[in-house]
Design a protein around this ligand. Structure first.
Ligand code: GDP
Ligand code: MN
Length: 385
């Protein structure tokens, strides 16, 4: 998982790496307000999970709050590197006397950690490695020993750092290593590490990529991962433990398991109609997950007038479908004014019969054949229900 710059900087600060004074803003007025609060020239930085924002026009300076607001108008809802901009970081503009590069990553081929330093800060490391590999000093670090001070100083010397910068930059590299190992990162980078006119060292940018396999050890980062999902329905799906996908048509589909879900999508398309979205609940469906998934789709249908019908496909051979039918009913009963709900319930005979009985009693149209369910959903989506 890649973190936004502002999130990375927050973790940097916790580990003693200085960053510019900054405020996150999501609207034009919040940007103006932030610039007023900072009270001097600012940099408006588009927060997208990609590098090279400077070149793509995502890093802009503003002399006053009005200019900052005008930049915000341009940047918000625009695209940088193909990514939608919805968050801006407003920072004090730095007085830049010099720029360094510090990076730490996992070198998979060597099964070790690599630390990298360059005196050419501000250029993307991938580009620098291509054009001027000789300008990057790097060495492997034994994860059991960590980064030793002499190694940090040696790297900086190799990169050509001098005098008073040597000690403070090696301190920064050690702290970056702390962040890297503390959060189980795959990549931690300060580019540029700015040396200000007064000789201070400030992380002007932050790139931090966390190993997804370690997220169970960092619950606070797992929450961030959910927040990163821009589509509110997809985000709600992850919270409900299901897989939500937005599409263009008029039939909202829910099914248990990817195979069944995809087959239903194909059958709808084959019959000349199209799905509006789908939820795949995955296997081992519980009544509670069923309820959450149906509630999610009913809410989506209320918010999106394109959706004319909800089609629910449940096929359970292991556990009885009548329990999940209760979950389905609970969700439906919470929304009296709703689109028609059509369900196909398949399972072992006694349970299937009971599930069907339960559902028809609460006004849900139930079929036992997938084809019939799809035909009725398509008819309902065309107002022929
Ligand atoms: P990136 O292009 O996505 O890597 O974004 P950066 O945060 O690294 O910004 C790009 C460049 O903008 C930096 O390398 C700086 O040279 C330049 N820049 C100029 N003034 C400032 C400033 O006050 N703050 C920051 N962060 N960058 C500045
Ligand atoms: Mn950068």
């Amino acid at each position: 998982m890649r973190l936004y710059e502002y999130e990375g900087k927050e973790l940097f600060r916790k580990h003693g790496i200085a960053t510019p004074t900054g405020i996150l803003a999501k609207t034009e007025s919040a940007v103006r307000e932030a610039a007023v609060q900072i009270g001097r020239e600012v940099v408006v930085k588009a927060q997208v999970l990609a590098g090279g924002r400077g070149k793509a026009g995502g890093i802009r300076t503003a002399r006053n709050p009005e200019e900052a607001a005008a930049i915000a108008r341009e940047l918000l809802d625009s695209e940088i590197q193909g990514l939608n901009v919805s968050r801006l970081l407003i920072e004090e503009k730095l007085d830049i006397a010099g720029e360094l590069y510090l990076g730490i990553t996992v070198d998979d081929s060597k099964a070790a950690i690599a630390a990298m330093v360059s005196a050419e800060g501000g250029i993307e490391i991938e580009e620098l490695a291509r054009k001027h590999p000789e300008k990057i000093a790097s060495r492997l670090i034994d994860p059991f020993h960590g980064l030793r001070t002499y190694q940090a100083i040696d790297l900086l010397l190799q990169a050509g750092a001098k005098g008073e910068h040597l000690v403070s930059a090696s301190n920064m590299l050690s702290r970056l290593y702390d962040v890297f190992s503390h959060y189980d990162a795959r990549f931690a980078e300060i580019n540029p590490l700015v040396v200000t006119g007064e000789g201070a060292m400030v992380a002007a940018d932050a790139r931090l990529e966390i190993d997804d396999h370690s997220l169970f050890r960092h619950p606070e980062l797992r929450d961030l991962r959910i927040e990163h999902i821009e589509n509110q329905w997809e985000r709600a799906g992850v919270k409900a433990g299901v897989n939500y996908v937005d599409l263009e048509g008029s039939i909202a589909v829910m099914a248990n398991g990817a195979g069944l879900t995809m087959a239903v999508m194909d059958m709808i398309k084959h019959d000349g109609a199209s799905p509006a979205c789908f939820v795949d609940t995955g296997g081992g469906l519980s009544p509670e997950r069923m309820k959450n998934a149906v509630s999610l789709l009913l809410k989506k249908a209320q918010a999106d007038p394109r959706i004319k019908v909800l089609l629910i496909m449940i096929r359970m051979m292991m556990s009885p479908p009548d329990a999940v039918a209760e979950g389905l009913m609970a969700a439906v009963n919470e929304v009296p004014e709703r689109v028609p709900v059509i369900a196909v319930m398949r399972g072992r005979a006694p349970y299937e019969n009971r599930a069907r009985e339960l559902l028809s009693n609460s006004g849900i149209r139930v079929h036992s054949s997938i084809e019939d369910g799809i035909k009725e959903a398509i008819a309902a989506s065309r107002g022929q229900g």
